[in-house]
Design a protein around this ligand. Sequence first.
Ligand SMILES: Cc1cc2nc3c(=O)[nH]c(=O)nc-3n(C[C@H](O)[C@H](O)[C@H](O)COP(=O)(O)OP(=O)(O)OC[C@H]3O[C@@H](n4cnc5c(N)ncnc54)[C@H](O)[C@@H]3O)c2cc1C
Ligand code: SF4
Length: 807
Amino acid sequence: MQKQRLVLIGNGMAGIRAIEEVLKHDAARYEITVIGDEPWGNYNRIQLSPVLAGEQKLKDIILNDLDWYASNGIRLIKGMAATQIDRAGQYVILASGEAISYDKLIIATGSRPFMLPIPGADLDGVIGFRDIKDTEKMVVAAALYRHAVVIGGGLLGLEAAHGLKLRGMEVTVVHLGEWLLNRQLDQSAGRLLEKAMQQHGLKLKLGISADALLGDNGRVTGVRLTTGEVVEADLVVMAAGIVPNAALGQAAGLNVEQGIVVDDCLQTSDEHIYALGECVSHRGMSYGLVAPLFEMAKVLGNQLGGCGKQRYTGTMTSTKLKVTGIDLFSAGEFFGGEGYDELVLSDPAAGIYKKLVLKDNLLVGACLFGDTSDGAWYYQLLRQGRNIADLRAGLLFGQQDLGDAGTSGASRAGGLPDDAEVCGCNGVTKGVIVKAIKEKGLFTVDDVKKHTRAGASCGSCTGLVEQILMSTVGSSFQAAPKRKAMCACTEHTHEEVRAAIRDQHLITLSDTMRALHWSTPDGCPSCRPALNYYLISTWPGEAKDDPQARLVNERMHANIQKDSTFGVIPRMWGGVTTPDELRKIADVADKYAVKMVKVTGGQRLDLLGVKKEDLPKIWQDLDMPCGMGYAKGLRTAKTCVGKQFCRFGTQDSTGMGIALEKALDRMWAPHKVKLAVSGCPRNCAEAGIKDVGIIAVDSGWEIYIGGNGGIKTEVAEFLIKLKTEDEVMEYTGAFLQLYREEANYLERTVHFMRRVGMDYIKAQVLEDATRRQALWARLQLALADEPDPWQARIGESAAAPFADLPQ
Ligand SMILES: Cc1cc2nc3c(=O)[nH]c(=O)nc-3n(C[C@H](O)[C@H](O)[C@H](O)COP(=O)(O)OP(=O)(O)OC[C@H]3O[C@@H](n4cnc5c(N)ncnc54)[C@H](O)[C@@H]3O)c2cc1C
Ligand code: SF4
């Protein structure tokens, strides 16, 4: 039987995805011709921004090389525009004059940049940002010229501006809106973004538009603003919106509004012609992001592939910005207003803002800045339309609010259901990723990308993909021969990064990133805190702690609570306090109208509901050591009353706990560290579920390591039995220093132990006395000059990060 002729106009992301879907269902059904006016195969347009920023190479963003077309029997006519569609004769005419006949035609011509019709718009050096040619022009201009102006502070404009800045240009962004991304962020988030962009070196002109472009000898020299001000410019990038390429359809007499009108089956007003992508209007909407286009491609592919009709009913899109070091996310009706409930957490000093908008117990919008780790989860709740009444209390704090103990940093991925969408761009769910990992034996994020496309477009879900990989492959992930890079910014593993810091004596974040050829200029939220920890733990006293690389609680030295207030926990050595301390705590609680005083599981008191501006004053009034109840580091040494009071007690467990807590105070670690000391095997201090648990017996002390009591309770393993308190101190210190020196950041003791093996730990801590003593000595040295975080901050009085607190 003769094959039907399927012709695609537009060799771009949407069209080729539709062809891929067709091939998946029935590769033999059609004789396929693809007409594209760009001179290459299909590439990932999204990644032009990282290419401009120098973070990716052009060759890396090709999605379908020429071999792909050949091997699928597709005729690719590249570098050639389609100029006309003859609907009566069912053929397409090319710029060369050739006519290509079709039985079915797909139009996927995308869109083009909207060029402001102002005087000077036709000067040399004035371009849009749409394709490889535009990107190349910008790269060349950045090498030759100094001043760039980007018109438009939307996603595309900011990515262009950031890329040009990284290429050494002085960049000014002119934006008509009052704040950046004013359609994707609310004003509070927009202001934080403004600050972050200024810190990246961009100049901003907000609430202003360009009036005319000035030129000399045919090339642009400046931009005149509506205020009359002239901004110098050798390059002007117009990023003021896009216009669907619908002219071909319009000339052929198809129904066209803003774009070519299609129904839910992606059919145009001609039954032989379909359209998808940015060139269409569907239910009055034209999209400018890939997620909807890929959903359209699936529906069309199924239909043309012979799987029956499906309907495309529209897409709720979400926003992400591909500027390294700036994390933002928004989706749905995040502006809120009358008739909506708004949950807001705002911490301008830490650069964090979260706003969730609720209506009738449904999450209808989310706007996040600074901490977007829960974006995927919120997006999932939005799309599901799930009743969130049961989650409401902790919703703002994200999935981690469910607890993170002992889950190897994989709790978020572990908690996602199989139908949760992980990659919004390509519509890939967790279930699909897990299936591919298991069935195809995948071990790296790149493998997952290749097989599922998750993370292959904008890349912002890479961290989540990585977590799913870890939680799915589990221990064999560790045993796999393939290397696992620390994060998407580098090819190096945690171990290699630590070794380089040690061997090359690297003491700053920027030195490390430079020496190890980081692919991003400032790292990402995963690698920055890890690098900071590796630096300060390797070079104590020498490497400078970088607060900007700290997780937010560590920056504030307190735990942020759901209502944006803070929890303040002073240290109570071994859970023991005095009437004087209690009086001080009570006075402070009264003076600052603390909402609740709560006894914690770690045997101390938490002052809850403290206002941010009161933090330094409270610390000063308390005059007690910081309990570091927020830290990736030593939390508490929980004790029982022991032989001093208890009739079963065999040793002074309280004294031992206090001595340990004092010796290890201010210890930063890869993850939180909890200790407990019980006075007899009845174990009232629950030492069996602590990172280091110590249980007194008649003849001395038993040490257990690697326990914790979180979502997944881990029972500690017996390490050794010792006679004296000094020995307990030395062995505990040595084990913890080994953990500090060799564990990966965010790896709890139990996972460290599983990775390196108990035999290795015994060899280091038990069998080699010299090694043990050296470890213990190094830990003592590291802790010797470690300041109390609260005292250090009080000393700085009104200095950053509290300087810009709202009054
Ligand atoms: C720099 C940049 C960054 C982006 N970042 C993101 C992002 O982070 N996230 C996101 O979701 N989206 C992003 N986008 C948008 C995304 O790339 C588009 O939504 C997507 O590419 C649209 O797919 P399409 O197939 O409709 O159009 P296109 O990919 O533009 O493909 C259309 C193709 O048709 C060709 N064509 C047009 N007319 C003719 C003709 N007459 N004859 C032959 N060929 C023709 C065009 O040259 C083009 O090659 C970004 C876009 C750009 C430019
Ligand atoms: S663990 Fe033993 S010593 Fe400690 S309080 Fe309980 S019974 Fe007493």
